[in-house]
Design a protein around this ligand. Structure first.
Ligand code: GLN
Length: 488
């Protein structure tokens, strides 16, 4: 039999339901794996093994008495450190919230609790989800399980690395400009950003509220569709959730590529690494052979995605993070001086360099005299990007692109140059600006054995179509990937 930790999400679900595996066996195997591997991967900020085992024991008892909460009862799930779980620290990998214990559950956590999932909280991330590598965490840099000299991507790097290192089958992350898709791509797993408004943001610590979405990571496609069904839905606690038909995972099916219109990009206009480029073209060729029609789309507006995203995201974060003032939450520096000194000293000590940079950028672009030139213009360009996606979907069924221009880079390689780091988000940020759903799917490895990811995008609330395409893509030989057995 396959070792427990190397089972896929769907194998685990099946075994828990046919009684051939207990949640305690499963959770103990993961805890062992974490013990032996997380000193190298550094995905978890801390772990309370007793608390986790107690949840597994309760789940097994429910199953024994024939009263499981659901077919998911006892499945372990990792949680990014910016999603509130009552009674747990939620630090956003920031010193300012290092000791902040959440007094309530995020809506997504309430939904998962009702189904009986076992929580492994506190996966490492870039501070307040700002970054593409987890190097902005105030506590530790997570490492890529395929090569621990390299980053796992970010900001949800801990959530992706934990799944890729077989320390968990599924996890939750948040995606503002690519933070689920980019780490999924660099770690060889699946990661979904749902349509804006599909999943409640109540209890997600806000970075940029008009862009943020919670979404799942998984070591197979079934994990993604099951979690999307569980997490989504209208929530009175989040007025931006939409009243739409509920996503039904049973509607996801394989598609026949014949006659399907696939939107593609001309790779010459972008600086992709040769291996990423080659794999993208190979996949397109294979889909064409299966009868798909490739439609080259005009992505010229994509060159504005990075500036527009970084203006809007920093403007929103400067406003959202003003609540961390040393009075209401988290770290407080005692000063003998005035109230203003308390604010500035607490914030100076509590926030890291990148967060400060972004608060400054956002405050600048929102300030009177500059608003029209920067923030106002960015909002207008955002409308154009959104319109461009609407136009794309008049002529294609799905858009297929690489998720990231390169595979995982070395720790420290881009930290000196923030602009170069921001460029890593070129293919993901426009999706958040438009609000459409997108998924990153594994697409084999490059010459160094590092995972390549392909991003699929459909129109708003068309996740059934999106996941059907992703599921079909996962069946191609070119997209096969094996997660590392041994972490070196
Ligand atoms: N890398 C992007 C940023 O730093 C995206 C982060 C995210 O999606 N949370 O803003």
């Amino acid at each position: 039999m396959k070792e427990i930790i190397f089972l896929t999400y769907s194998e685990i679900k099946k075994k828990l339901n046919d009684g051939s595996l207990t949640s305690q066996e499963l959770v103990s195997a993961y805890l062992e794996r974490i013990k032996s591997s997380d000193s190298k991967v550094k995905a978890f900020l801390n772990l309370n093994a007793d608390k986790i085992l107690t949840q597994a024991k309760e789940s097994d008892e429910r199953r024994k008495t024939g009263k499981p909460f659901s077919e998911f009862d006892g499945i372990p799930i990792g949680i990014k450190d910016n999603i509130c779980i009552r009674g747990e620290i939620t630090s956003c990998s920031s010193k300012i919230l290092e000791n902040f214990e959440s007094p309530y559950d995020a809506t997504v956590i309430t939904k998962l609790k009702e189904k009986g999932f076992v929580f492994f909280p506190r996966l490492n991330m870039d501070e307040f989800a700002m970054g593409s590598s987890t190097e902005n965490s105030a506590f530790q840099t997570s490492k890529n399980p395929f090569d621990t000299d390299r980053i796992p991507g970010g900001s949800s790097g801990g959530s992706a690395a934990a799944v890729a290192a077989s320390m968990l089958p599924i996890s939750l992350g948040s995606d503002t400009g690519g933070s689920i898709r980019q780490p999924a791509s660099l770690c060889g797993i699946w990661g979904l950003k749902p349509t804006y408004g599909r999943v409640s943001r109540y209890g997600l610590v806000a970075y940029a509220s008009s862009l943020d979405q919670i979404g799942p990571f998984s070591n197979d496609m079934e994990g993604i569709s099951d979690l999307l069904e569980i997490l989504s839905g209208l929530d009175t606690k989040d007025q931006t959730t939409a009243k739409v038909d509920h996503f039904d995972s049973k509607s996801v099916s394989t598609i026949d590529w014949k006659g399907k219109k696939i939107g593609i990009m001309k790779t010459e206009d972008f600086n992709f690494s040769p291996d990423v480029n080659a794999r993208y073209l190979e996949i397109l060729k294979s889909l064409e052979e299966k009868g798909a029609e490739l439609v080259a789309l005009d992505f010229s507006l994509l060159k504005y995605a990075i500036p527009v995203y970084y203006l809007i995201a920093t403007a929103e974060c400067s406003s959202n993070l003003s609540r961390f003032d040393g009075i209401r939450y988290g770290l407080r520096k005692e000063t003998s001086g005035k109230l203003d000194d308390l604010y500035s000293e607490s914030r100076s000590a509590g926030f890291g360099k990148e967060v400060k940079r972004r608060i400054l950028l956002g405050t600048f672009s929102l300030s009177s005299g500059y608003y029209d030139a920067y923030y106002g213009k960015a909002q207008k360009a955002r409308v154009l990007i959104r319109k461009q996606y609407a136009d794309f979907f008049k002529s294609v069924d799905v858009i297929l692109q690489p998720t990231s221009p390169t595979t995982a880079f070395k720790v420290g390689e881009k930290t000196k140059d923030p602009i170069q780091m921001y460029q890593a988000d070129i293919l993901t940020t426009s999706v958040n600006l438009a609000g459409v759903p997108a998924i990153s799917c594994p697409a084999g490895v490059d010459q160094n054995g590092l995972p390549i990811g392909i991003q699929l995008t459909t129109s708003h609330f068309d996740e059934v179509k999106l996941l059907s395409y992703a599921y079909s893509l996962s069946k191609l030989d070119l997209c096969k990937i094996t997660l590392p057995k041994e972490i070196k």
